[in-house]
Design a protein. Structure first.
Length: 95
């Protein structure tokens, strides 16, 4: 990806904090600021979700073999039944 230079002015305290935090993380101030902006725009979270989805797709058969293919469906059915009975209780208490 092409890089663009961006110059910003911040007060000395902010600059010092950026340098200290970048140093503590073992990265440059440029990289630190870049990561903050990515986190703020949600790019890091989106990238994580995509990677997790790819991982699950890649290892779906391993999980199915280990835990059973129907396990997720059974849990969802159990949860739906629980919610249904909870809703019934709520209706009774409102009467």
């Amino acid at each position: 990806m092409a890089k663009t230079q961006l110059n910003v002015r911040v007060d000395e305290g902010t600059a010092r904090a950026a340098r200290e935090r970048a140093l503590a993380r073992g990265m440059s101030v440029n990289r630190y600021i870049e990561e903050l902006v990515r986190q703020d725009t949600g790019e890091a979270g989106h990238t994580f979700v995509e990677a997790a989805a790819d991982f699950m797709k890649q290892y779906e058969s391993v999980f199915a073999e280990e835990f059973g293919a129907d396990r997720g469906a059974d849990r969802n059915a159990d949860r739906s039944a629980e919610l249904g009975s909870d809703r019934g209780s709520d209706r009774e208490s409102r009467r």
